[in-house]
Design a protein around this ligand. Structure first.
Ligand code: MBD
Ligand code: FE
Length: 279
């Protein structure tokens, strides 16, 4: 597939920046005292690093030009979701007892095609990858099934690319909004995603190579699971044996999120149940 040739950091960064500004801006106003305290502390930790390491003017200018490049490449969503979001998620989830969640990442798109409780995600003819049946049940913390729970699911294809962010993939490929049955059950047919490599030709890639890190995330399914009267959980599910489950560049793997698929005729099958906290 020639996506590997045409997918660029700047193009997927521009798409992710556009998505973010459309979907996520306009939350509650942060009071000035809190802005002041948080900004002061972040700046103080930068100042401390400079003093502790005798940072030079050359290094300061390298940082400045790299920050400019992050913006030019549209990689602020990627940079923040890879290196910062996992701690925001950790803090946000502190008081929840239902299913573990993890970060959303930069590639969620709302309003994916609506599908029934037993369905196949939009795929191309001859979509590459091992067929996967992902099924389970959504329940409350007391074990009650949650009828008509809604599962939004999105994931990369077998080349590691996301529709609407990499070029040449149909708009809603491997994205869907699945409504569970009256017992909260769902059966979703898709293909296994490939491990994801964050773009190496943009600012984030430059940081990774300059620091001698690696750009990989383990293969994963993204989900948002919601039901009336319950808190939505945003999560990702991973596959056993992926070498990056232990060193995800985005630090978003938790043991509870690793699936246990079995081999079946023509592919793999896995059951994973979700538990949602009340509102
Ligand atoms: C991804 O696919 C992803 O899920 C995250 C968190 C960051 C970058 C790419
Ligand atoms: Fe992802």
């Amino acid at each position: 597939v020639d996506q590997t040739i045409t997918a660029t950091a700047a193009a997927s960064g521009a798409n992710a920046t556009q998505r973010f500004t459309t979907d996520k801006i306009g939350g509650a106003q942060t009071p000035p005292e809190r802005v002041s305290e948080l900004a002061r502390e972040v700046l103080a930790s930068v100042h401390k690093t400079i003093r502790d390491h005798n940072v030079t003017y050359d290094e300061y200018n390298a940082l400045k030009s790299w920050l400019i490049m992050v913006g030019q490449d549209g990689e602020w969503p990627l940079f923040l979701d890879v290196w910062v979001e996992h701690v925001v998620e950790e803090v946000a989830a502190q008081s929840r007892e239902g299913s573990k969640g993890t970060i959303e990442g930069p590639y969620y798109v709302p309003d994916a095609p609506e599908l029934g409780f037993e369905s196949t995600l939009p795929t191309r003819d001859n979509e590459a990858g091992t067929p996967l049946l992902f099924q389970g049940q959504v329940r409350g913390v007391d074990g009650t099934p949650l009828p008509e729970a809604v599962l939004e699911i999105w994931h990369a294809d077998a080349d590691g690319f996301y529709s609407q962010f990499a070029p040449g993939i149909p708009e809603w490929n491997l994205r869907g909004t699945v409504t569970a049955d009256t017992e909260g059950r769902f059966h979703i047919h898709t293909v296994k995603p490939a491990p994801y490599q964050i773009p190496t030709d943009g600012a984030c890639g430059k940081l990774i190579s300059a620091a001698g890190w690696h750009p990989w995330r383990p293969a994963h399914l993204h989900l948002k699971v919601a039901a009336a009267g319950h808190q939505q959980v945003t999560t990702q599910l991973y596959f056993p044996g992926d070498s990056h489950n232990d060193d995800d560049v985005a630090n978003a793997v938790k043991p509870e999120l690793i699936l246990a698929p079995t081999e079946v005729d023509g592919g793999q099958q896995v059951t994973y149940d979700f538990v949602l906290d009340p509102d």
